[in-house]
Design a protein around this ligand. Sequence first.
Ligand SMILES: *Cc1c(COP(=O)(O)O)cnc(C)c1O
Length: 397
Amino acid sequence: MEQLAIFGGTPVRETPLSYGKQYIDEDDIKAVAETLRSDNLTCGPMIAAAEEKICQVTGAKYAVLVSNGTAALHLAAMAAGFGQGDEVIVSSITFAASANCILYCGAKPVFADINPDTYNIDPASIEKLVTPRTRGIVAVDFTGQAVEHEAIGEICKKHSLTLIEDAAHAIGTRYRGKPVGSIADMTCFSFHPVKTITSGEGGAITTDDEGLYRRLNRLRAHGITRNREEMVHPLDALWYNEQVELGFNYRMTDIQAALLLSQFGKLDRFAARRREIVARYDRAFADMPEVAVQREIPESDTVRHLYILRIRPERLTCDRRQFFDALRAENIYSQVHYLPVYWHSYYEKLGYEKGLCPNAEKYYEEAMSLPLHYSLTDRDVEEVIEAVRKVVSHYRA
Ligand SMILES: *Cc1c(COP(=O)(O)O)cnc(C)c1O
């Protein structure tokens, strides 16, 4: 039998393959260079153009571009009015920022468990956690798959909750034909380089609510307004603006917006390639009972950001860590998304304890993300599959 590279054999790949990576072409570079030669490096025409593009792609009425996805979540949580004494229910398997935005506002994150097969927030778990203090939900479209909007929407309606959708993974995804970004009260996107399209750093909030839109716009720039209707002391002077609340500088530059707009031009191509790779992985792993793949709900037409491979420990002699390390020795660099948020030591210090979300904790012990990005070649994909097969056959129980 061929030896595993971890024990000194030849790795399946010669060079490391990372789980995620941006794809930048000459058009992107040209777009950025043009903006650098223009008069506006920030607050210029590219911001408005990219915001219009986001509205077009998501079907939302309004879009507000901000400096990153975390800033988007922060402003959305503020605009939702979350504050001291409020509880906000959030997915347990997500990047910490999804819950941090609740803490930024002085409210309390309440962690909901995941569905054990889709890995998205479980509406039944949400329902159990609603109290008279609950003000909202931060639901994450994990891996790009839309959350169960129908069930979540009913809970929101029944208890008058604000739904913030963390769609950092989900640009381009549709739920029952409706694009993500046009469903929740506010939807937050990230354009970090590992996400499906990038602006270097960047984020956006979409909404159909004009009041929320105005507030988000103001909060993005210090809480300062030029709109006389929003002023306490309106003054009819061209130079006059007024800070009416405490905001931030969360603006995106035009340089980034130019890159983002150019990347939007490739979104359909990126999505199609990601779908192809997901289909190839799914087909290959269907024949391996030692691993499990994510279940897709039929309502979600998903542009997948992450591909999760889950080990089935009862069929293997190794744990996730050994599996992960063995893949890495084959030069397949997977990643784990994510530690249950409340397992972070900061959250532990706040008083959250292990055992809160059993499905999330079990998921965390078994999951890893395989390489999934536009620039993977067919050969790269086959090598990932070959490496998984090799590790599986070595550790088969
Ligand atoms: C990436 C990400 C964020 C944060 O986005 P940044 O642009 O990196 O600030 C938030 N939530 C999720 C689920 C993410 O994956």
